[in-house]
Ligand binder design. Structure first.
Ligand SMILES: [Zn+2]
Length: 437
């Protein structure tokens, strides 16, 4: 959608308030804030660029802005001023002061702090910062796991206005959860997590739809069934009887679907930028019908193979997904879009090769990273993990900030000055996404 935006589309072009320009001591114009990754510096030997950015205060139409620049710089070709305005717009420094707010006043107020942040981080030419918020409003997210990471992520997604979040978790609330899992209280002990989670999340934001089901993912087919939006666990007759499949559908508010399911099969009405790209990608050819979701958010680490199952199911369905977790003080999140960059298995294999663990032939790489049944975790590591996960999810759903998928990023609490970033090219011989997969 970004390429179609022209100067004429901006009724009252305005340098975004968060990108307010200033003049450096040597006369250059800095615009876009001084945050690395956003701002730009423009040489301005004649001083007209400064006049231009000052004139783009939202009080003038494009032609009036050009006229204002020419009034003080009569020798300047008008086309130069117009082109500079187009360049500022294309770089994402401009919005339209006259753009309408396309949501009810209650939502305008609720998201009145988040939308300016989206505007600040958005470097795509858009007339209205509410475009990104509308994408969230339309989004359907499948969240697997509502423990520490998943609870923090769910809170962020629901608070941010993701239109429908469907939560899946098999567990009940235990006392040992309460050091890090934000959705539960002591009064919830023994209660199914997903029931308590849905209640907490609905109390946080009744303008979105939150549903859930108590369900264990014990086999890859069950993961694929969740991706397909099926409420049937895909469990064969005679499966473990201990798992109930009770669902907590939405009730009450009129905009909720009557049965609380994540919608009928079929593509969502409007896919997010990331999802749209994935579904239109030529490789790999989706082997499953499109998922009713726009994104899968994985916040479960059991069974051990759940990330691999998710990778395979999402590749088959063309569904973007994100995951996050921690190993002690190392917290990371991953961003994957089928057909764009490395898949989870490409990245895992690339990381094993990069780490140079000095293992003997056939030795399991897991020996270098101890896993304990009690999985050490705090409110800090779970909170960071869930926040990074939510950031990845929101970025894929809105395109803000733009992300190139196929990577992990994170924080090592032992070395805060040492950012964690893992990226590897897609492996042509990857067993999941490669040419022969
Ligand atoms: Zn791969």
């Amino acid at each position: 959608m970004t390429e179609a935006v022209t100067v004429e589309a901006f009724g009252r072009p305005r340098i975004k308030p968060e990108h307010r320009a200033y003049r450096t001591v040597d006369g250059n114009v800095r615009v876009g804030s001084v945050i690395h990754g956003i701002g730009a510096e423009i040489a301005d030997p004649q001083g007209w660029v400064w006049t231009l950015v000052e004139a783009m205060d939202g009080s003038r139409g494009p032609s009036e802005v050009v006229a204002e620049v020419l009034r003080t710089h009569p020798d300047l070709p008008g086309e130069d001023a117009r082109q500079a305005m187009a360049d500022l717009l294309a770089a994402g420094f401009v919005d339209d002061a006259r753009a309408s707010v396309p949501v009810p006043p209650r939502e305008e107020d609720r998201y009145s702090r988040g939308v300016p942040l989206l505007r600040w981080m958005d470097l795509a030419p858009r007339t209205s910062p509410w475009d990104a918020q509308l994408r969230l409003r339309e989004a359907r997210v499948l969240l697997i796991g509502v423990g520490g990471t998943g609870g923090h992520a769910a809170q962020a997604l629901v608070a941010s206005g993701v239109g429908h979040v469907h939560c899946v978790d098999p567990d009940a609330v235990e006392l040992s959860n309460l050091n890090r899992q934000p959705l539960y209280r002591e009064s919830d002990l023994g209660r199914p997590k997903v029931e308590a989670a849905v209640a907490t999340l609905r109390a946080l934001n009744s303008d979105v739809t939150v549903t859930g089901e108590r369900r264990e993912v014990a086999r890859p087919e069950e993961l694929a069934a969740l991706v397909a939006g099926s409420r049937q666990a895909g469990r064969p007759p005679g499966g473990p009887p201990s798992v109930s499949a009770a669902g907590w559908g939405a009730t009450g508010a009129e905009h909720h679907k009557p049965d609380g399911t994540p919608g009928p099969a079929g593509p969502p009405a409007e896919t997010a930028e990331g999802a749209g790209r994935a579904l239109s990608s030529s490789t790999p050819a989706p082997a499953l019908p499109p998922s009713p979701y726009d994104l899968l958010v994985l916040a479960a680490d059991r069974p051990d193979a759940i990330r691999q199952w998710t990778n395979r199911a999402c590749l088959a369905a063309g569904l973007p997904w994100v995951d996050a977790g921690y190993r002690g003080p190392l917290v990371t999140a991953g961003v994957y879009v089928p057909g764009q960059g490395a898949c989870w298995e490409c990245l895992r294999d690339g990381e094993i090769a990069r780490r140079d663990l000095r293992l003997g032939p056939g030795q399991d790489p897991e020996v270098a990273s101890p896993r304990m049944p009690w999985n050490p975790a705090s409110a800090v590591t779970a909170g960071l993990s869930g926040a990074l996960l939510a950031h990845a999810a929101l970025a894929l759903l809105t395109g803000v900030p733009a992300m190139e998928p196929g990577f992990r990023f994170g924080v090592n609490l032992m070395l805060p000055g040492d950012p964690v970033h893992q990226r590897t090219p897609r492996h042509l011989d990857c067993p999941a996404c490669g040419e022969r997969a």
